[in-house]
Write a protein that binds this ligand. Structure first.
Ligand SMILES: Nc1ncnc2c1ncn2[C@@H]1O[C@H](COP(=O)(O)OP(=O)(O)O)[C@@H](O)[C@H]1O
Ligand SMILES: Cc1cn([C@H]2C[C@H](O)[C@@H](COP(=O)(O)OP(=O)(O)O)O2)c(=O)[nH]c1=O
Length: 206
C-alpha cells in the first residue's frame, strides 16, 4: 500500500527540454499503467505568478528573488502533498535544485537558500537535463530576461554541478544526469527507465 507518491524533479537550464520531457513522460508513464501527474515551478499560484512577472526585472536584489522562489515552493506544499496522495508519481518541471542553482549563480549562499527551504518535500529522484547553454540558446527565439542573459546562463552548468554535489551528500534522493543534447526520444527513454526503476524499487511485486 502506497500512502505517498514519488516526487520526481526535472531540472536544468532554460530550453534544456524540461517542459517537453515532463509532458511526454507523464503520457508515457500513464500509458504504462503508472498514474502520473505534472506540476511546475514557478507555480501558477499567487507568489509564483508574481515571481514570473519579475523575471524580466534585473534590478530586483538577488536575496529578494531567492526569498520569493522559496515562498512560492512553500505556498504550493499543500497542493503538492495532495497530488502525492492521489497519484503514484508527481513530475515537477523545476523544483528545489533549480532554485538552489539559479540563486547560487546570482551569489546567494546555498546554506542560506537551504535554510529557506527547510520543511519542503524532498524529491525521490532528480532528473538533471544537462546541455550546454550555447546549444539550448539555439532552440527557439532569442533568450530574454533576468536569468537568460548569455553571461549568466554560461555560469549555470557549474552551479548545477555544485548543487548536485551538495545535495548528494546530504539528501537521500537519487540523481540522474541525462544528456539533453540528444534527441527528445533518447531523453524520454532515459527518463522512463529511471522512473520505472524507482517505482519498482519502492513498490516491489510481492
Ligand atoms: N532533446 C531536444 N533536442 C532538440 N530540441 C529540443 C529537445 N527537447 C526540447 N527541444 C525543443 O527546445 C525548445 C525548448 O524546450 P522546452 O521543453 O520548452 O525547454 P525548457 O522547459 O527546459 O525551457 C522547444 O522548442 C522544444 O521543442
Ligand atoms: C523554480 C525557480 C526558477 N527560477 C527561474 C529560472 C527561470 O529562468 C525562471 C522561469 O522559469 P521557467 O522554467 O522558464 O518558467 P516558465 O517557462 O513557465 O516561464 O525562473 C529561479 O530563479 N528560482 C527558482 O527557484
Amino acid at each position: 500500500m502506497i500512502s505517498d507518491g514519488l516526487l520526481v524533479a526535472v531540472e536544468g537550464i532554460d530550453r534544456s527540454g524540461k517542459t517537453t520531457l515532463v509532458a511526454a513522460l507523464t503520457a508515457a508513464l500513464t500509458a504504462a499503467g503508472i498514474d502520473a501527474v505534472a506540476r511546475s515551478e514557478p507555480s501558477r499560484g499567487p507568489i509564483g505568478a508574481f515571481f514570473r512577472s519579475i523575471t524580466v526585472d534585473t534590478s530586483l536584489p538577488a536575496t529578494a528573488a531567492a526569498l520569493l522562489s522559496a515562498a512560492d515552493r512553500h505556498e504550493q506544499q499543500s497542493a503538492l502533498h495532495m497530488q502525492l496522495t492521489r497519484h503514484r508519481v508527481v513530475l515537477s518541471d523545476r523544483y528545489y535544485l533549480s532554485g538552489l542553482a539559479y540563486h547560487l549563480a546570482e551569489g546567494i549562499d546555498p546554506a542560506f537558500y537551504r535554510s529557506l527551504n527547510e520543511g519542503i518535500r524532498r524529491p525521490d529522484l532528480y532528473l538533471h537535463l544537462a546541455v550546454a547553454p550555447a546549444i539550448a540558446a539555439n532552440r527557439g527565439e532569442p533568450l530574454q530576461g533576468r536569468w537568460e542573459q548569455p553571461t549568466f546562463t554560461a555560469t549555470l552548468p557549474a552551479a548545477y554541478e555544485r548543487c548536485i554535489a551538495l545535495l548528494s551528500e546530504s539528501e537521500a534522493a537519487r540523481f540522474i544526469d541525462i544528456d539533453a543534447a540528444q534527441p527528445s526520444a533518447h531523453v524520454l527513454g532515459a527518463a522512463i527507465a529511471a522512473v520505472e526503476a524507482l517505482a519498482v524499487e519502492r513498490n516491489p511485486t510481492p
